[in-house]
Design a protein around this ligand. Sequence first.
Ligand code: IDC
Length: 540
Amino acid sequence: MSIISKLKRPLAVVLAAFAVTAAASAVPMSGSDTPLLNSITAEAATVSVPKVTGLKSQTLGTDKVKLTWNKISNATGYQVFMQKNGVYTRLISIYSNTNSYTVSNLPAARITNLKVRAWRTVGGKNYFGPLSDARTTATNPAKVTNIQSTIGSTSIKFTWNKVNCTYYRIYVKQADGKWKGLKNSTTNSVTVTGLNPNTTYTFCLRSWQTDWSKQDHGSVLSDNVVVKTKAASTPVAANGRLSVKGANIVNQNGQVFKIKGMSTHGIMWEDFRNILAYNSLKVLRDDWKCNTIRIAMYTAEWGGYTTGSTYAAQAKARVKAGVENAKSAGMYAIIDWHILSDGDPRTHQSQAVAFFKEMANTYKNYNNVIYEICNEPNGGVTWNGGIKSYCQAVVNAIRQYDKNAIIICGTGTWSQDINQVVGNRLSDKNCVYALHFYANTHTDWLRNRLKSCYNSGLPVLVSEFGTCDASGNGGFNKYQTQEWLKLCDSLKVGYINWSAANKAETASAFKTGTDLRSITAGTSQLTDSGKLVREWYRAH
Ligand code: IDC
């Protein structure tokens, strides 16, 4: 050891240079270390050197640790020990009363314990104080390098070269230029999710070593990684699971999301279910700019869900096929329990509860499914007089399985009485309340109701509207339709048009004879209603 050549008294040095174990009892805590007992004078026997206190450390980069401690007056010098393989080994003897020392040439991310003791030389002999309490520390881990990214539209996977450390943390640069920690990983890979499509982000990584006292020591930041997410391929890919925030629907990032959709006609009738074909959904998505398809399953009308087990099985199979195609197309799918002639939703409450339990169990992990639990209560039933209790029962059934999906609750008078819900909502946070309008029948008075309910904080969705009379036939009204859609846009309230059908009635978007399995982009197959709705959807 080089220390030997530095020491003035070789005999004392030889004895002091042993490695002391972590157990304090194995270390000469004080007194003289000379074996020459006959040389100890009475004066020397009284020399006691206090224990070093206030030992602090400061990590300097990947290879140095600076120690400081409280000075002991009269100390001749200090010795610094470092734990290696459980044994404290002396690093240095300092020959002055200097209360700091920088340990250098350490490997990166090295965790260790350090101790210091003081000594005095009196009458030519060295007297050692006890070892200080241990100070735990670590050098910083190495910088993260060679970062690779796999880029999606809303997520990015990063991998990098491993370094010796406890964990890694990824940071994103915020608008104010500050780094925000996003996620930790104990492996050399992490996936950041919830990003916006088609957006440039700056990331960096830092490795962290946690020492035995649970202090973290961070590396320098990696080089910046500037990446642009891909453009979103579908509405669901871009927005993920929807939820309710305030009076609006929001996407997975909490940004207001406006549902723009088409409703099927009754899926049990004629060829109306064919619009649920994947290719037709894609046209609605890409050419019409729809993000949602509503699957209208009548309950009481001829062939409806409650009219016989064969019809029920058939309807369910068609709903499921539609949900799967919507999922493939990245569109939101609304499963609509389309009450109409059954008026009071409680008429078929037990069937509705069983149906939605099954749907919720089937689709609990789908992020594109929305449940509409009673299309249009009518026949005098009010929110307090029956609709609310029905909705509560069905919501409870759905929530047994699906904790997150949005649930649309119908309101009285064919889903016009949203005012009855204000101040009297269900406690479930992801419920919205249906307002339906037919532009030639419902005008300013119902728009005013929408405004006041929305302004009071009620989350409203126009889960069905027509451009014509409430009968679905006659009275095409472009002006009133645009007044409605303008208002909805200003409130960011979503809307779904009745209907993506080819029936010979004004509300149909497609001309009679159109093959709904393979609709084409553009307007050649469209009715006046279809043209108006498509044009609005493309522009808003
Ligand atoms: C209409 C259809 C029509 C059908 C009728 C009865 O357009 O072809 O014969 O249902 O089954 C609603 C209902 C919706 C109606 C629509 C138009 O939700 O089922 O569809 N409408 O009357 N509420 C207000 C209007």
